[in-house]
Design a binder for this molecule. Structure first.
Ligand SMILES: Cc1cc2nc3c(=O)[nH]c(=O)nc-3n(C[C@H](O)[C@H](O)[C@H](O)COP(=O)(O)OP(=O)(O)OC[C@H]3O[C@@H](n4cnc5c(N)ncnc54)[C@H](O)[C@@H]3O)c2cc1C
Length: 309
């Protein structure tokens, strides 16, 4: 798709409570705001919350997220219900984001509010063969499987993008999924590639004793492979963040390190919510989102003013 990029001041990755609160504050500060991500993928979507200040009732996660979206839209934020697939910077220092749909968005500031991944297959062999052929990161480990046969598990953007990437190095790429849940552009790319698809199937067991030898599917089929990539959910938050040069908290090496202004070490990149570490609480996500939204709007305005001379 060769459309002109859509320009914003602030782009927020994630439409959970951190991203929504950031959107409300950035949009009210008169920034042009885009919000990416799928509400149904927020940790809050299926939760029932009884510990949110001033709300002495049981809140339904899906309902509050929907309210938050309407509120942010009222202040001018624009929503793109899809994942970001690539993140780069242009010569002016703007962030350039490639979406699942093939569209390109640009912005002066970014807020990372992608939550945390809790995605495991929980099948025999997964824990035992981790690092012996089982991997959770295509971009980190693809090169170990040059000319080998590999299996990718997952039905969303992470799995599809991962399988397409693996086609460049592996001899055979198998994608095991129930039903694809991606934008039609990405689905088309997968269906018209050399990926061997196994729709409607699940991995029942990862086979091998000292290294991966293959997988057994729930339909009885066995696939010979030396690598199994578990890529459930959206394209990895940390993968995208670290590609930008964002540093992680040195103790956990799992969460983005931020200042009290929710700034990361990369100018113009802010982070909020679960991606910054525990406690996993809506109240924390919302508080951090508020600060990130205001700071990012401020930063973007200054950068735009510098460019305008
Ligand atoms: C079962 C359960 C019960 C819970 N109960 C409570 C409770 O009672 N009280 C409480 O305070 N908290 C509770 N929590 C925790 C709370 O839900 C989280 O702390 C909160 O949702 C974190 O918000 P977040 O915005 O950081 O991330 P999330 O809400 O997880 O949102 C992440 C967003 O990022 C998006 N995203 C991910 N990758 C990409 C990508 N590549 N491109 C674009 N977007 C992307 C997703 O689509 C999603 O929209 C519960 C959580 C669970 C799982």
């Amino acid at each position: 798709m060769n459309q002109a990029p859509l320009d914003f001041d602030v782009i927020i990755l994630g439409s959970g409570p951190a991203g929504l609160q950031a959107a409300v504050h950035a949009a009210r500060a008169k920034a042009a705001v885009a919000v990416l991500g799928r509400m149904k993928r927020s940790s809050l979507y299926k939760a029932h919350v009884e510990n949110y200040c001033c709300m002495d009732t049981t809140l339904n996660g899906a309902e509050i997220l929907e309210q938050g979206k309407l509120q942010a839209e009222k202040f001018g934020a624009r929503f793109f219900e899809m994942d970001v697939m690539s993140l780069n910077r242009d010569e002016k220092g703007r962030f350039v984001l490639g979406l699942e749909s093939g569209e390109t968005l640009t912005a002066w500031a970014l807020i990372l509010a992608m939550g945390v991944s809790r995605n495991r297959l929980n099948v025999p062999g997964e824990k035992e063969l981790l690092g012996k052929g089982v991997s959770y990161c295509v971009e980190c480990d693809a090169n170990f499987f040059r000319n080998e046969s590999v299996v990718v598990a997952g039905n969303e953007s992470a799995a599809c993008a991962g399988a397409l990437h693996l086609l460049l190095v592996a001899r055979e790429v198998h994608l095991v999924y129930g039903q694809l849940a991606v934008d039609e552009h990405l689905q088309y790319q997968v269906e018209n590639s050399g990926i061997q698809r196994h729709p409607g199937a699940k991995i029942k067991e990862i086979l091998g004793s000292s290294a991966v030898e293959g997988v057994l599917l729930d339909n009885g089929e066995r696939i010979e492979a030396t690598g199994v990539f578990i890529e459930l959910g959206a394209k990895g938050a940390l993968e995208l963040a670290t590609k930008l040069g964002v540093t992680l908290d040195p103790d956990s090496m799992k969460y983005v390190e931020v200042t009290r202004k929710q700034e990361t070490n990369v100018a113009g990149v802010f982070a909020a919510g679960d991606i910054c570490g525990p406690p996993w609480q809506m109240a924390k996500a919302v508080g951090e989102g508020c600060v990130a939204g205001m700071e990012a709007a401020n930063y973007a305005k200054k950068e735009r003013a510098k460019q305008d001379g």
